[in-house]
Design a protein around this ligand. Structure first.
Ligand SMILES: Cc1ncc(COP(=O)(O)O)c(C=O)c1O
Length: 431
C-alpha cells in the first residue's frame, strides 16, 4: 500500500528542508499537510492516497495545455530516445528560438537557460554589462526568481512567510536594487530625474502575478517605457508567467509596449525546466562567446526540454489556444459572479486571460501590493481547505494566482463554482 501524504511529508522533512524542494509547496500559510502528488492528467492531479483534485495550480504556470498532454508526452519520449542531453548545439534549440523570436515583439535573439531565475539573473547581468551601470529598479511585490539582487520585496513566497527579503542576501547587493511601489508614476519620474544616469535596468512583471494578480494600467507601463528610453536605461519585461500565456507575444503584445530585454520560463518549457532571455542584437552581442558578459549552462538548450516547449507552442497556435483560454476565463467569471456576490466576506475575482486571483476586498482591484488588504490571508486558509475538501486545488497561499489551461472544460468550471459556493455557505454557517 502507498504511504499516506502525511507519512511521506514526515519522511521528506528528514532529508528535504521543510519537507519540500520549493517553499511555496509547503502549507505554512494555510495549515495542514501538503498533497503528495503521484500522477496527473488533463485538469486533474491525484495524490498518494488516490484522492483526485481538479487542479488550478498547473505546476505554477507551465502547464498551459494541462497535465501530461498526450502529444507532449509522445514528443518527449521520441526525442529522449535519441539522447537526453548533448552539451552541443542541436536543431531543436534553433527551431524553438526561431519561434520565440518571430512571435515576441522586437526580439531578435534569445539564449535558453533552465529556469526563470537563471533568465532574470542573466538578463540583469546583460543589462549591467551593456550599459556599464550597476543600479537596477524593481517593484515591490514583483517576484523575479531568487537571485540575490532580485530577492528584495519579492512577492508571494516571501509575503506568505512575512519576510521583506531573504536572509543571506548581502546588504551590498540589495543596496544596488531600488524598490518602488507599483502603479506610482510620480515616484518613477522622480527617481529618474535624480538617478536616471546610474540605472542599468528597470525590471517588471508587466502583469504582476506573484503578489496577487495586480493588473496594471497601460499608462504605468508606458511611463516605464518612456523614462527608460529617455535615460538610456533598459526596460526588462519579466514574462516568465505571462510569456506565451497572455498572448502569442506575451504582455508586450497585449499592451503593445516593447521592452529592451525579456525573460521567459514556465510555458516555453511545456513542463520541462526551461527559461530564456533575449533582446535586440545590439544587446545580445554583449553575451559570451561574442561579448564580455559571461553566461553559460550545462543543460541549457536541453533537447528534451526544447522539444516539449516547441510542441507546446505549436499546439497553442494550431488550436487557437489564446482565444480558447480567454473564452474559458470569461466563462469562469460568469460562473463565479453569483457565487462571489453571496460570499460572507468581501470577495472579488480578478482575471486577465487565463490568470485569476480571488481578492478578499471590495472596490477597485488592487494594482499595487500596498493596495492589498492584509486580512485577506485570514479568509484564504478556510477557502483553500474548503475547496480542497471538495476536490478542488488552489495554491496554498492567498497571494498566488490560479492558472487555467486548455484541459479545463466548462464542466470543470461548474464543479469549481459549485465547490466554492458550498465552501462559502459552510464558512457563513460556521459560528
Ligand atoms: C515572474 C517570475 N519570474 C521569475 C520566476 C522564477 O522562475 P523559476 O521558478 O523557474 O526560477 C518566477 C517563478 O515563479 C516568476 O513568476
Amino acid at each position: 500500500m502507498n504511504p499516506t501524504n502525511e507519512q511521506t511529508i514526515q519522511r521528506a522533512a528528514k532529508v528535504l528542508p521543510g519537507g519540500v524542494n520549493s517553499p511555496v509547496r509547503a502549507y505554512g500559510a494555510v495549515g495542514g499537510v501538503p498533497t503528495v502528488h503521484r500522477r496527473a492528467r488533463g485538469a486533474y492531479v491525484e495524490d498518494l492516497e488516490g484522492q483526485r483534485y481538479l487542479d488550478f495550480v498547473g505546476s505554477w504556470g507551465p502547464l498551459i495545455l494541462g497535465h501530461a498532454q498526450e502529444e507532449i508526452v509522445e514528443e518527449v519520449a521520441r526525442v529522449a530516445a535519441n539522447g537526453l542531453t548533448f552539451g552541443a548545439p542541436s536543431l531543436l534549440e534553433v527551431e524553438l528560438a526561431e519561434k520565440i523570436v518571430s512571435w515576441y515583439p522586437g526580439l531578435e535573439q534569445v539564449r535558453c537557460v533552465s529556469s526563470g531565475t537563471e533568465a532574470t539573473m542573466s538578463a540583469i547581468r546583460l543589462a549591467r554589462g551593456a550599459t556599464g551601470r550597476d543600479r537596477i529598479v524593481k517593484f515591490s511585490g514583483c517576484y523575479h526568481g531568487h537571485a540575490d539582487h532580485l530577492l528584495v520585496a519579492a512577492g508571494s513566497g516571501l509575503t506568505t512567510f512575512g519576510q521583506p527579503s531573504s536572509e543571506g542576501v548581502p546588504g551590498a547587493f540589495a543596496e544596488l536594487t531600488t524598490v518602488l511601489p507599483l502603479d506610482d508614476t510620480d515616484r518613477i519620474e522622480k527617481l529618474f530625474q535624480e538617478q536616471g544616469a546610474e540605472i542599468a535596468a528597470v525590471i517588471v512583471e508587466p502583469v504582476p502575478a506573484n503578489n496577487g494578480l495586480l493588473v496594471p494600467r497601460r499608462e504605468f507601463l508606458e511611463t516605464l517605457r518612456r523614462v527608460c528610453s529617455d535615460h538610456g536605461t533598459l526596460l526588462i519585461f519579466d514574462e516568465v508567467i505571462t510569456g506565451f500565456r497572455l498572448a502569442r507575444g506575451g504582455a508586450a503584445e497585449h499592451f503593445d509596449i516593447v521592452p529592451d530585454l525579456v525573460t521567459f520560463g514556465k510555458v516555453i518549457g511545456g513542463g520541462m525546466p526551461v527559461g530564456a532571455f533575449g533582446g535586440g542584437r545590439e544587446l545580445t552581442k554583449h553575451l559570451a562567446p561574442e561579448g564580455g558578459v559571461y553566461q553559460a549552462g550545462t543543460l541549457s538548450g536541453n533537447p528534451v526540454a526544447m522539444a516539449a516547449g516547441k510542441k507546446t507552442l505549436e499546439i497553442m497556435e494550431r488550436d487557437q489556444g489564446w482565444e480558447l483560454l480567454e473564452q474559458r476565463g470569461r466563462q469562469l467569471e460568469e460562473r463565479m459572479a453569483p457565487v462571489i456576490k453571496e460570499a460572507p466576506f468581501p470577495l472579488q475575482l480578478v482575471r486577465l486571460g487565463s490568470l485569476f486571483w480571488f481578492a478578499a476586498q471590495q472596490g477597485d482591484a488592487p494594482r499595487s501590493a500596498l493596495d492589498i488588504d492584509a486580512s485577506a490571508a485570514d479568509h484564504y486558509g478556510k477557502m483553500f481547505h474548503g475547496l480542497k475538501d471538495r476536490g478542488v486545488l488552489l495554491a496554498p497561499s492567498a497571494y498566488e494566482v490560479g492558472f487555467l489551461s486548455l484541459a479545463h472544460t466548462e464542466q470543470d468550471l461548474d464543479v469549481f463554482a459549485g465547490a466554492l459556493k458550498d465552501c462559502l455557505d459552510e464558512i457563513r454557517a460556521a459560528p
